[in-house]
Design a protein around this ligand. Structure first.
Ligand code: AMP
Ligand code: ZN
Length: 214
C-alpha cells in the first residue's frame, strides 16, 4: 500500500505515519526527518539545506525529489510505504507520479488531515520530540509521564528549531501557497480522503483505517 499523508505542519501527520507504519508493517518515509538527519550529521546536503530549513522555507524540488528517488530505490519499500511531508509542491507531485510510473507502482490513497489554523499553531508550539527514538509528544495534549523526558528511553525531549513561534508563521504561509494546492491535484485523481485531525492519536488512527477501508 502506498499512502500519502497531507495536512499542515502540526496536523499530526508524523504521529499518524508512525502508527500506520506499525499497523501495516511498511516504512514511514518523512523527508523532514531525512533532512533533519542530514543536518544533524553535517553532511554536504545537510549544510546546503540548513539555512532554508531553519528559516522555515522549503528545500528546492530538485534536491527533495532526488532524496526521495534514492529512498524509493531501497528494497524495504517493496510492500508499500507511507509518505509524510512529501510531496509538498505540485512539481514534486508530478515528479512522484513519473517516478512511481517508472517503478510500475501507483498511489493507493491520499489522506488529508484537516485541522484549523489556531489548533495547528498551538500544536506546533507545544510539540516536543525525542532526539533518540523520534517519539512525538505535546506538553499538554500528549505529555510524557515525566515532564520533558521520553517515556521509552528516558532521553530529554527537545523542541525542533523550526517549531519556535517565529518560524511557525513562515511554515504555514509556505503550506498555504505551495502545499494546499496538492489537495486539488489529488482530488482530481479521486485519491483524497479527508480525516478530521482533531482528537486522540488512536482515535484519528481508527478513522484513518476506516477511510482506507480496513
Ligand atoms: P517537516 O518535518 O515535514 O515539517 O519538514 C521540516 C522541514 O524540512 C520543512 O520546513 C522544509 O524545510 C523541509 N522539507 C521537508 N519535506 C520537504 C519537501 N517535501 N519539500 C521541501 N522541503 C521539505
Ligand atoms: Zn525516545
Amino acid at each position: 500500500m502506498i499512502l500519502i499523508l497531507l495536512g499542515p505542519p502540526g496536523a499530526g501527520k508524523g504521529t499518524q505515519a508512525k502508527l500506520l507504519a506499525q499497523q501495516y508493517a511498511i516504512p514511514h518515509i518523512s523527508t523532514g526527518d531525512m533532512f533533519r538527519d542530514h543536518k544533524a550529521r553535517g553532511t554536504p546536503l545537510g549544510k546546503k539545506i540548513q539555512a532554508i530549513m531553519d528559516g522555515g522555507g522549503l528545500v528546492t524540488d530538485d534536491v527533495t525529489n532526488e532524496l526521495v528517488k534514492d529512498r524509493l530505490s531501497q528494497p524495504d519499500v517493496a510492500p508499500g510505504f507511507i509518505l509524510d511531508g512529501y510531496p509538498r509542491t505540485v512539481p514534486q507531485a508530478q515528479y512522484l507520479d513519473l517516478l512511481l510510473r517508472s517503478l510500475g507502482r501507483k498511489i493507493d490513497r491520499v489522506i488529508s488531515y484537516e485541522v484549523a489554523e489556531e489548533t495547528v499553531v498551538d500544536r506546533i508550539g507545544g510539540r516536543r520530540s525525542c532526539p533518540k527514538c523520534g517519539a512525538i509528544y505535546h506538553v499538554t495534549q500528549n505529555p510524557p509521564k515525566r515532564a520533558g523526558i521520553c517515556d521509552r528511553d528516558v532521553t530529554a525531549l527537545v523542541q525542533r528549531d523550526d517549531d519556535k513561534p517565529e518560524k511557525i508563521r513562515k511554515r504555514l504561509q509556505e503550506y498555504g501557497v505551495k502545499t494546499e494546492p496538492l489537495k486539488r491535484f489529488y482530488r482530481e485523481r479521486g485519491l483524497v480522503a479527508e480525516v478530521d485531525g482533531v482528537g486522540s492519536p488512536d482515535g484519528i488512527l481508527a478513522v484513518t483505517r476506516k477511510a482506507l477501508g480496513q
